[in-house]
Design a protein around this ligand. Structure first.
Ligand SMILES: Cc1cc2nc3c(=O)[nH]c(=O)nc-3n(C[C@H](O)[C@H](O)[C@H](O)COP(=O)(O)OP(=O)(O)OC[C@H]3O[C@@H](n4cnc5c(N)ncnc54)[C@H](O)[C@@H]3O)c2cc1C
Length: 380
């Protein structure tokens, strides 16, 4: 594995950084305050080709690799955690499952507009009573002639309020061990009986759109089933493995933003006649922060590289997500500490990073679930 970004990856990093610093960062505090999801920014990201980075050109994408995509997530997250979350969810959860498991027809119909940035997609797995334990899904889909009839509820679904379609998981039967068979369906958001409400008042990632879904006798054609109907569970596990790389990259971006603010502030703030960066206690915090960011980023690149090589990456994606989110939380917390009382004030922008990064320890599998995944990979 090459530990330097290639020229192409470096170019993407610079391009996304410039875009995010100009178009996203100046609005981040306002979007956070107003819990505003900017569809305009997604249109611009679409025009730049960011929504199609990891998809082949034949499907409207840029033909880039997972490292390039992770680099883009990091840079957007550095500017705004909420926009970063919606970007990561659009690509990893909305579009990727169709690329991985869709038929050619589904790819043309649903993936191409997303990769071109002309439409957004969402992924509805979580339910009020089925979070970490997705096997406990209660949403049901019953075949009726040439259509499936879906009934159920989903919660906290990213981007659903602006999506053209949501991939919804639903129970379609029982296997020979009496376990639920879970399938995935592509459900257009304008289908009759499909209600989407986006009224959550979130602690962080407030620029991201998060919605509750209710499906009442929603009918979709049989051909909207995604992939193998009996392997919906395996499919979303694979989808989440990929998504975890992007959540880890997002944590790195948010932590990087908090670190940069803390470093600058430490050099400027004077107490006891000198910059606080001259105090060893502050220097050690900054040293730990810089080290943990670099370690987390390296793990993100490694997991992404393994995925691109077609090698197993489940364990490494969990390593990356677990370490980046927990280290990122420590880093954002210390960034506030370095700012003292000013860090506690919204004006300085560091408290937003702590609120935003907390989600990284919860979404796409909590830290506890990451430890379970890793332990299973160790053969426990
Ligand atoms: C802002 C936001 C956006 C989201 N976006 C999406 C989305 O786009 N699509 C989607 O499907 N979901 C989404 N989610 C849902 C998210 O993935 C879940 O919140 C997460 O998987 C945890 O589920 P839960 O909240 O039900 O917690 P629970 O599963 O109820 O867990 C509660 C606590 O118990 C612990 N726990 C549970 N089981 C175990 C165990 N076996 N061993 C040890 N500890 C355990 C957990 O780690 C946690 O600490 C989003 C959530 C948020 C907050």
């Amino acid at each position: 594995m090459n530990f330097e970004l290639t020229k192409e990856q470096q170019m993407i990093k610079e391009m996304v950084r410039e875009f995010a610093e100009k178009e996203i960062a100046p609005n981040a505090a306002k979007w956070d305050e107003e819990a505003y999801f900017s569809i305009e920014i997604f249109k611009k990201m679409g025009e730049l080709g960011l929504l199609g980075i990891p998809f082949p050109e034949e499907y409207g994408g840029a033909g880039g690799d997972t490292i390039s995509y992770a680099v883009a997530v990091e840079e957007i997250g550095r500017a705004c955690g909420g926009t970063g979350l919606s970007y990561a969810a659009a690509v990893s959860l909305g579009a990727s499952p169709i690329y991985y498991f869709g038929t050619e027809e589904q790819k043309q119909k649903w993936l191409v507009p997303m990769a071109k940035g002309e439409a957004l997609g969402a992924f509805g797995l979580t339910e009020p009573n089925a979070g970490s334990d997705a096997g406990g899904t209660r949403t049901r889909a019953v075949l009726d002639g040439d259509e499936y009839v879906i009934n159920g509820e989903k919660c906290w679904i990213t981007n659903a309020g602006h999506a053209r379609q949501v991939i919804v998981t639903a129970v379609t039967g029982k296997d020979d061990k009496d376990k639920n068979i879970i399938s995935a369906f592509i459900v257009p958001t304008n289908a009759p009986g499909f209600t989407i409400q986006c009224n959550y008042d979130k602690m962080g990632v407030r620029a991201s759109n998060t919605c509750e879904l209710v499906l009442e006798n929603v009918r979709v054609p049989k051909e909207n089933i995604l992939g193998d109907p009996a392997k919906g569970f395996k499919q979303f596990l694979y989808t989440l493995d990929g998504g975890r790389i992007s959540i880890a990259a997002l944590a790195v971006g948010i932590a990087q933003a908090a670190f940069e603010k803390a470093l600058q502030y430490a050099k400027e703030r004077k107490q006891f006649g000198q910059s606080i960066s001259k105090f060893q206690a502050i220097q050690f915090k900054l040293a730990d922060m810089a080290m943990e960011i670099e370690l987390a980023r390296s793990m993100v690149y490694k997991a992404a590289w393994l995925k691109d090589q077609g090698k197993p990456f489940t364990k490494e994606a969990s390593f990356a997500k677990l370490f980046a989110s927990e280290a990122g939380f420590r880093i954002c917390n210390q960034a506030i500490q370095i700012h003292g009382g000013y860090g506690y004030m919204k004006e300085y922008g560091v408290e937003r990073h702590l609120r935003d990064i907390k989600l990284m320890e919860i979404g796409e599998g909590t830290s506890e679930i990451q430890r379970l995944v890793i332990a299973r990979q160790l053969g426990c």
